[in-house]
Design a protein around this ligand. Structure first.
Ligand code: AMP
Ligand code: GLY
Length: 421
């Protein structure tokens, strides 16, 4: 019997997950809640309306796949499971790896997972005293979810003081900044390592590298991610083994020891220094935009794997195989992002028919037969190539054909990978 799938979320990651899931011979229809201008079968229910989502799923008999962190942190998986609805993603307790940075740091310390030394504070005076006595450059982090903005990487003591005040005194991040972490800054090469786990075993997804800053050359403020490519040469086989053994497996077994089953995508943001990997952060979901190039390279039925995770039977499936090609996603954004940006510009050039190229939508909406911009990160132009440089030229030649008044994109996505080859 064919199954229906509901993908929760509205970003490029969700479009890519749904695109891949819809290729499964076992899947009938993929719905998106709420979806975007590029997804079909959109259901007008926001990603945090758990009761309404559950009622849609019951009526339409869906297997649910959760994209973003917010509903996971709210406990959507716990609520669906109580109702007997089959869902892929971590429970509220498991999602604490992402929803509380303090919980995650204490967990890593307890289970011997490599990460930067840190202190936890809720009083500005104590935080500043700690900073004064530290010989290292520091990073200041809000404990809770802050839409990717709650981390300030500091270059001086003055910057630390100002970051502490921003969070603990000015309350710029609201409750998410009631408690903060000060941790040692690690200067190295950053990459994303994503595994898929059913709570018992964890299998690696293809490696990838994000480009978090808004401008070329990794300049300017942090964003949700301006582009990603897969695989990345900065994570070689030896490093993969280390990350898998010292980070991923320790995390899954540590969670088990805490009485928590981690079912879902486990995303470790890694800093590599002197050949050693350190965890900067965990996410309890797929990365966005990492998901887009990773799904393009999947040579297996994603539905089988997500369904097996939700059942705890991942070990019954073969090792997933990957297309021996490179993939890159260039994020096209609205000028102004990650600060304020205009919405409502008409997008043209979306009817391209370039081989092995998919334009995943994020901040778009459909009005009549027009597609309008509706967010900061608007599109993820994703292409395969026989080599990384081939994939880069394919993605950019497609991006050049897409237009709207206030478009902006980085011109150097993937270059870091070429430099490491
Ligand atoms: P996070 O949300 O924790 O990944 O932090 C956002 C960004 O801040 C990361 O992608 C890194 O570029 C940077 N970052 C976080 N922690 C550290 C650290 N300990 N050392 C250096 N950079 C960091
Ligand atoms: N691209 C980084 C993230 O998804 O958190």
């Amino acid at each position: 019997m064919l199954v229906n799938v509901l993908v929760i979320g509205s970003g490029g990651r969700e479009h890519a997950l749904g695109w891949k899931l819809s290729q499964s011979p076992k899947v009938n229809k993929v719905y998106y809640a709420p979806g975007n201008g590029g997804t079909e079968n959109n259901v007008p229910i926001a990603a945090d309306k758990i009761e309404e989502l559950a009622s849609f799923v019951s009526k339409n008999d869906c297997f649910t796949v959760v994209g973003p962190e917010a509903p996971l942190a709210m406990g959507i998986v716990d609520e669906f499971s109580k109702k007997g609805l089959q869902i892929f993603g971590p429970t509220k307790a498991a999602a604490q790896l992402e929803s509380s940075k303090i919980w995650a740091k204490n967990f890593m310390k307890k289970h011997g997972i490599p990460t930067a030394p840190f202190g936890v504070f809720d009083e500005p005076k104590k935080a500043i005293e700690y900073a004064k006595s530290s010989k290292h450059n520091l990073v200041v982090k809000a404990d809770g979810l802050a839409a990717g903005k709650g981390v300030i990487v500091c270059n001086s003591h003055e910057e630390v003081v100002s970051a502490v005040e921003t969070m603990l005194v000015k309350k710029t991040f609201g409750n998410a900044g009631d408690k903060i972490i000060l941790e040692e800054r690690i200067d190295g090469i950053e990459a994303s390592y994503i595994a898929l786990s059913d709570g018992n075993i964890a299998i690696p997804m293809a490696t990838s590298q994000d480009h978090k800053r808004i401008y070329d050359g990794d300049e300017g403020p942090n964003t949700g991610g301006m582009g990603a490519y897969s695989p990345t040469p900065v994570i070689n086989e030896k490093l993969t083994e280390k990350i898998q053994k010292n980070i991923i497996e320790k995390t899954i077994s540590g969670m088990k020891k805490e009485g928590i089953v981690f079912c879902g995508f486990l995303y470790a943001g890694i800093m590599i220094k002197d050949g050693e990997p350190y965890v900067l952060e965990f996410n309890a979901r797929m990365g966005d935009p990492e998901c887009q190039p990773i799904t393009m390279r999947m040579d297996f039925d994603l539905y089988d794997y997500l369904f097996a995770c939700s059942n705890g039977t991942l070990s019954s499936l073969p090792k997933p195989s990957w297309k021996k090609k490179s993939a890159i996603c260039v994020v096209m954004a609205s000028k102004g992002y990650p600060e304020a940006y205009p919405k409502g510009d008409e997008i043209t050039g979306l009817d391209l028919t370039q081989k092995d190229t998919v334009v995943f939508h994020a901040g778009t909406k459909k009005e009549g037969n027009k597609i309008l911009t509706n967010g900061g990160r608007v599109l993820g132009v994703t292409a395969l190539g026989d080599t990384l440089s081939g994939a880069i030229s394919n993605a950019y030649s497609a991006a050049e054909k897409i237009h709207w008044k206030n478009k902006y994109y980085r011109k150097d996505i993937g270059k870091k990978g070429l430099a490491s080859l």
